[in-house]
Every structure is written in C-alpha cells, then in structure tokens.
Design a protein around this ligand. Sequence first.
Ligand code: ATR
Length: 277
Amino acid sequence: MTKNIIDRYAVMGNPVEHSKSPLIHQQFAIQTKQNLTYEKIQVETENFARDVARFQKNNGKGLNITVPLKEEAFKIATELTDRARRAGAVNTLILNADNRYTGDNTDGVGLVRDLMQNHATQLLNKDILILGAGGAVRGILEPFIDQQPARLVIANRTVSRAFDLAKDFSDIFEIETVAYTELEGQRFDIIINGTSASLSGELPPLADNLFNKNSTAYDMMYAKDDTPFMLWSKKNHAEKVFDGLGMLVEQAAESFYCWRQIRPETKPVISLIRQSM
Ligand code: ATR
C-alpha cells in the first residue's frame, strides 16, 4: 500500500505562536484547491539549519521565515533570488530536492502590491519618505525603486544607519538620508513607517505638515487599533491611512506563488483576517 504523502509547508520563527501565516496559507490552499498542510514551528536560532534539513526530509517543500531567523535563512540558502540578495534577508525558502534551498524575499513586493493594487496608490514620480533604516526597510527598497519614484528619502534616528543603507542601493537610485529634525518644511506624497516604534506604542519625532495633498500614510505594522503613526497621519490630514495587514497577506501570496505557481486571491483573505482581529 502506498502512503498518500501531502506536501508540507510551515513558518519558522521565535516566537511563532501568534503567527497568522497558517490561517492565510490554509485559506489560499482551499481557494486554489491545493492539497498541502501549513504549520507553525518554533525554532531556536542555533538549531535552525538542522530543523530546516529535517523538515525537508519529512516532505517539507517550503518555509516562511520570520523574526529572528531571516538573516540565518539568508546564510543557509544555497541560492538566492536577486531581491533576496538586495534585502540581505530571506522570508521564503523553496526546499528543492537534494538539500538545495532557494532563498527569496517577498516582503517588498508584498508592500508594493498592497499599495498599488489594494489601495490604488501609484509610486511613479511620487515623493516618498520612509521612516526607519533597519532590516524591514532594507527589504522593501528595491521593489520601491523599481516603481521609479521621483524622490526616496530615508529618515532615521541613527542617521549613519540610513546613510549606510542608501549606499548599498547607490548603483540603482540616489536615496536621500536625513535626521528627523531635517524634515521640517518638506512635503511628501507617501510616508511609510518602517520603524519598530509602533511596537512599543511610540512615534518617531516627526514635524507637522509633512503631507502633500492626496497623500498616503502606511504603517508596515498592523494592529486591531490605529498605531501611533496612523493616528499622527490622520491628525496631519493624510488622505489615505493604512496599516500593514495587506502587506502581510500579499507577501504570503507571493510566497505561495513561488511554491505552487498559482496566485491566490488576496482580498477575501485580508477581509477574513481583519474580521478575526
Ligand atoms: P526591523 O528588522 O524591524 O527593521 P531593526 O533592524 O531593529 O528592526 O530596526 C528598527 C528600526 O526602527 C530602526 O530604524 C530604529 O531606529 P535606529 O536605527 O535609530 O535604532 C527604528 N526605531 C525603533 N524604535 C524607534 C523609536 N522609538 N523612534 C524612532 N525610531 C525607532
């Protein structure tokens, strides 16, 4: 008798208890009639390579990688997509046969798709301000540059970090870097919060009146209630204000596409998760 083996997928991170990835990918699988399972697996950093190899041996076909393992995943990938190489981090592993792993990064494309397709916000010729210069921001820069904005400005508490980040992209775009205090008097069409300040209920020290008319504010974090950045954006008359739930679902859809070559519908899944929050 042959056992019916089902393709396995999972998210690995620490912690992963509250990850919404299983719910999202199970919805994608139902919608596209794909026979697969999707689990969450908590992994200690020092065991990561071993646990990925074990998962692959047990019919694991793909992984999402979350905090704090994205840089580790970058290291163990045997090949990298261009966007993962630029991001310096991997959020998606495609587990090929014979212990070969392709590392990809779908975060940036997820954010760009959420802005452009779900929120009708185009980036072409726009003046864009990005707050923060950590790993999350590094991951989104190339897909943003691909959309040919007029200006891309990074503001960060530690300006040298923003400067170093911009330098890594200087072959494809001239990203400006500033301290928060230097933003006074400037205006932007789109402001993205890529800092982790919202996690601790904080807001970077932003001057008032940074938004142009018809502007968009986007917090890469998501929460049941408005984040401090979203509240500030509303107070400062941003026309459209969004959290990062759509980005979460869009990056998942891109991972799903990498694994199964089928693109799921994201809107019903975004609505479902919003309702469950
Ligand atoms: P991630 O992987 O989420 O990007 P990270 O690499 O630790 O995490 O980066 C966190 C980012 O949030 C940094 O840009 C950090 O600013 P510094 O580089 O100056 O540390 C920013 N950040 C965190 N808390 C902040 C706060 N309260 N106000 C302003 N910026 C903050």
